[in-house]
Design a protein around this ligand. Structure first.
Ligand code: F6P
Length: 331
């Protein structure tokens, strides 16, 4: 069989080891082709034979050795060129490693008759149909580490600190960072709050501890006294804005940090590495069993398959047990 493999959308720690594991299994019986820059590689023809040895030096690194792109080639009227390249290379199927945007692309590819296996990745952890995406655990651990070093300086200077972490629609990174650091307040797009209640909480905390830490997801917006999900697709610099407002209201020196992409570029944690290996193995087994057009998923600690058309276009936001936990500590 001839198999194409690509990474698409924002990069995430664990992509290189996922690529390595899949290629290492598949190359024993099949020919594997790396498609560079996501689905765009089929448009510009950057498709090359690849072996596991090519990936080996990168397995402990973040990023993706195959490069990536957010461009939706299916919207841009390039489908004919894409199909032509797939036919030119005589590919039987494509393994796409991507987040929710890329899942929509995988679904478009299926509609064109391409056999697809999707592996979910994104630091945002918001892909519907799976409990974990490759990269989330690494990004959270990095955000925790940054927050804790920030906290030591907050303690020394007796300040309030705001950490803004990535997550435009889903607050998973903020929630887990807030919990793991036992932050004094956390703001996620899924939970509406009043700013004054958060400030009261910070003032009370400050009275006993002489510092306070607030974690906020980038997808949160402050409108008057209401803290809610932002409608803007771009960053509103909510962390800096909150720091200014908090300092203005409380009179306590407040600082903000925005670790941004630095939590996305880290080396993958052991959890993300083993998740990547398990997903890659499941993708390989799907191909061996002739099972196509599925996303590999991790639910209730089991690796499973879900049909791509059932999950494409949907988002997994903070809800259920996780939202209750949020409410209990910060609601
Ligand atoms: O890949 C997900 C993500 O990291 C989001 O958390 C963030 O909002 C966005 O990507 C940033 O995108 P870009 O890398 O294109 O600036």
């Amino acid at each position: 069989m001839r198999i194409g493999i690509l990474t698409s959308g924002g990069d995430a720690p664990g992509l290189n080891i996922a690529l390595y594991s899949f290629i290492r299994l598949a190359e024993k019986r099949h020919e594997v082709f790396a498609v560079f820059h996501g689905w765009e590689g089929f448009i510009d023809g950057t498709v090359r034979r690849v072996t596991s040895l090519d990936l080996l030096p990168y397995i402990s690194m973040g990023g993706t050795m195959l490069k990536t792109s957010r461009r939706n080639v299916f919207n841009d009227g390039d489908a004919d060129r894409l199909i032509k390249t797939i036919n030119d290379y005589n590919l039987d199927c494509v393994v796409a490693i991507g987040g929710d945007g890329s899942l929509r692309a995988s679904n478009e590819a299926i509609k064109l008759g391409i056999n697809v296996i999707h592996i979910p990745k994104t630091i945002d952890n918001d892909v519907f149909g799976t409990d974990f995406t490759i990269g989330f655990d690494s990004a959270v651990n990095a955000a925790v580490s940054v927050s804790e070093s920030f906290r030591t300086t907050l303690m020394s200077h007796e300040r309030v600190g705001v950490v803004e972490v990535m997550g435009r629609e889903a607050g998973w990174v903020a929630l887990h960072t807030g919990l793991a650091t036992m932050a004094d307040a956390t703001m996620i797009p899924e939970y509406k709050l009043s700013l004054s209640s958060v400030i009261d909480r910070l003032i009370n905390t400050y009275k006993t501890k002489h510092y306070a830490l607030l974690v906020v997801a980038e997808g949160v917006e402050v409108k008057g006294d209401i803290v809610t999900a932002s409608q803007s697709p771009h960053s509103n610099n909510v962390g800096y804005r909150l720091a200014e407002l908090i300092e203005e209201v409380t009179g306590i020196e407040t600082r903000a940090i925005v670790p941004g992409h630095s939590i996305r570029g880290v080396a993958p944690t052991a959890f993300d590495r083993t998740l990547a290996i398990r997903y890659a193995t499941a993708a390989y087994e799907a191909i061996e069993n002739g099972l196509y057009n599925v996303m590999v998923s991790y639910r209730g600690s089991k690796i499973d398959y879900v049909p791509i058309p059932e999950v494409a276009g949907r988002s997994r936001l903070v809800s259920g047990e996780w939202l209750k936990l949020y409410e209990l500590y910060w609601g």
